[in-house]
Design a protein around this ligand. Structure first.
Ligand code: FMN
Length: 156
C-alpha cells in the first residue's frame, strides 16, 4: 500500500521534471498533425507534454525539451513562430528539434533549427523533420519517434 503510494508520487515527480513543449504554427493543419504526433510520442515515453499553437503561446515555463514547428511561407517560418523565437530567452541545456510541412523548398525547419541552436538549445536527431504536404502514416510515426526521443533526452 505505502510502497504503491511512493511509486505513484515518484512517477508524478518524474513526470513533472519531464515536461516537453511543442510549439507550432500551421495554416492548413499539416504541421499541426506533426505537432500532435510529436506530443503523443513524448507522452508515450512518460513525459508531460503541452502542444501549443503559436497564437496561444504565452511563455515557455519549465521544460526539459522543446520542439518548434512551422510550415514554410516564402522560404521562411510563419510570422508568429518567428516572433516567438525572437523573444525566447536562452535555451541553454534544453534538448530541441524543429519540424514542419512544406510544398517545394522547405526552409522553415532549417531556419528554426539555426535559431534554436543560437539560443543555446541542444539539437537532437540530426536533421529537422520535414514533410512535404500532409504527413503520411509512416511520417506521423516518425513524428511520434521524435517525441519519444525528446522525452528520452530529458532523462539523460
Ligand atoms: C503563400 C504561400 C507561400 C508558400 N511558400 C512556400 C515556400 O517558400 N517553400 C515551400 O516549400 N512551401 C511553401 N508553401 C507551401 C506550404 O509550406 C505547404 O502548403 C505546407 O504543407 C502548409 O503546411 P501547414 O498546413 O502546416 O501550414 C507556401 C504556401 C503558401 C500558401
Amino acid at each position: 500500500m505505502f510502497e504503491n503510494t511512493f511509486l505513484l508520487v515518484g512517477l508524478a515527480l518524474l513526470q513533472m521534471n519531464m515536461r516537453v513543449v511543442v510549439i507550432y504554427e500551421s495554416t492548413m493543419g499539416r504541421t499541426r498533425a506533426m505537432a500532435q504526433a510529436i506530443g503523443e510520442g513524448a507522452r508515450l515515453e512518460g513525459a508531460q507534454c503541452d502542444v501549443i499553437e503559436a497564437a496561444q503561446f504565452e511563455e515557455l515555463g519549465e521544460a526539459c525539451a522543446i520542439a518548434v514547428g512551422s510550415s514554410t511561407r516564402m522560404t521562411r517560418p510563419l510570422p508568429r513562430i518567428r516572433q516567438i523565437l525572437s523573444e525566447l530567452n536562452s535555451l541553454n541545456g534544453i534538448s530541441a528539434a524543429s519540424f514542419g510541412s512544406y510544398g517545394w523548398s522547405g526552409e522553415a525547419p532549417d531556419v528554426i533549427a539555426n535559431l534554436l541552436s543560437g539560443l543555446g538549445a541542444k539539437l537532437i536527431d540530426g536533421q529537422p523533420l520535414k514533410v512535404k504536404d500532409f504527413p503520411s502514416i509512416e511520417q506521423l510515426e516518425k513524428c511520434r519517434e521524435l517525441g519519444r526521443n525528446l522525452a528520452r533526452a530529458c532523462t539523460r
